[in-house]
Design a protein around this ligand. Structure first.
Ligand code: PLP
Length: 365
């Protein structure tokens, strides 16, 4: 197969820059960083870059990605950041050094599995502070589960406690939320009579407190993916202006033009539904110059949010395998065989790196 496009170019020098910027700022405030690679399908090159920039662990939600990194010679420790199911425990113990946990029955089964494999495994027990995804809700139950690990599960090491925010519930990490987690950590420490190694305050959204120098004392760990990979969410969605020490052009997607034609912008005929069962609303802008790309929702998910790298190019829409551009205002006169490049956001990256038929190239290393 002579596939050249779509092509995802990975700018490893820019990714190293972002990783270094984020991790060094965290380190200055006594916070270690787990570099999260689930947004790029566990790409070992990304894990390597994050480790080189000082990530203390590599984290991902999928065991397959950890297996892939290990096979590629990436050194751990590896942190499993989706709480494992019972059926995942044998691979969790075999492949991961540490995992997030939120169920007492899973912790007990983890002890059994550790005995079976004659290994030890570290855990970060999760508290839910309002975002309503994973984590203990009842504070006493949380503390007693931590004490149970410490006292009754000799092969499971209680490394620390953690929280996740702004994922399901869109709850903002604030100094108050962080202080609640530190308070829970202190309760656990009082009960077990020793310090915890890790108090993990969250993901990219919690990095805002590092940036603003408002992170409370006691948080010493974050799990960061997006802000290293793309630097997009906090700068473009949270509108944080002075975070321009992070690059947002760390990946370039390039696709091939397969048709260029002047066409009406308003469909003609009787309306039914589109390829995904929706009834979109169309606006009539008259005759426009439109380019069709060999790229679709199967490759990137949502097409409309792709960010063209040149002026005068607008994504109009598309379907599973086609992307329609309006190029009427583009100074470059596009022809069949030309290519068009885009910057990406997280969901695009997630879909693109999960496909076998998207070429991935590495530059800047
Ligand atoms: C995905 C995830 C992260 C990393 O999130 P980013 O927003 O990419 O930094 C951290 N922790 C958990 C539990 C996650 O699921």
């Amino acid at each position: 197969m002579n596939r050249q496009f779509p092509c995802l170019e990975v700018h490893l020098d820019r990714l190293y820059h972002n990783a270094h910027q984020v991790i060094s700022r965290c380190e200055e405030q006594g916070i270690q960083v787990c570099g999260v690679i689930k947004g790029v399908n566990g790409m070992p090159e990304m894990a390597h870059t994050m480790r080189k920039a000082g990530a203390v662990q590599i984290g991902t939600s999928r065991l397959e990605q950890i297996a892939q990194c290990r096979a590629a010679g990436i050194e751990g420790p590896f942190l499993l950041i989706r709480i494992p199911g019972l059926t995942e425990l044998s691979d969790t113990v075999a492949l991961c050094d540490m995992s997030l946990q939120s169920e007492r029955s899973v912790l007990d089964a983890l002890e059994q599995e550790c005995q079976r494999q004659n290994k030890t495994h570290s855990v970060i027990v999760m508290a839910d502070l309002g975002d309503l995804r994973e984590g203990f809700w009842d504070r006493d139950e949380f503390v007693s589960a931590c004490v149970h690990v410490e006292r009754d599960l000799p092969r499971v090491h209680l490394a620390g406690v953690g929280v996740n925010l702004s994922c399901y519930g869109a709850i903002q990490p604030t100094p108050e939320k962080m202080k609640q987690l530190v308070g829970l950590a202190r309760r656990v420490e009082d009960a077990i009579g020793r310090k915890l190694e890790i108090v993990s305050g969250g993901a990219t959204s919690s990095y805002t407190l590092v940036h603003w120098h408002t992170m409370p004392e006691g948080i010493n760990h974050l799990r960061i993916g997006e802000n290293i990979l793309l630097g997009y969410d906090l700068q473009k969605l949270w509108h944080i202006q002075d975070m321009d020490y992070l690059r947002t052009d760390t990946f370039t997607l390039t696709a091939e033009v397969i048709e260029v034609r002047e066409k009406p912008s308003y469909p003609q005929g009787q309306f039914c539904i589109d390829a995904f069962g929706h009834k979109p609303v169309y606006e009539d802008h008259g005759i426009r110059r439109r380019a069709l790309l060999a790229l679709g929702r199967a490759d990137v998910g949502e097409l409309e949010s792709l960010m063209p790298r040149e002026t005068g190019v607008t994504v109009v829409g598309g379907s599973s395998d086609h992307c329609i551009l309006d190029v009427t205002e583009c100074p470059r006169r596009l022809e069949v065989g030309d290519t068009v490049s885009f910057s990406l956001c997280y969901s695009h990256l997630l879909y693109l790196t999960g496909r076998e038929d998207v070429l991935v190239t590495f530059t800047g290393m």
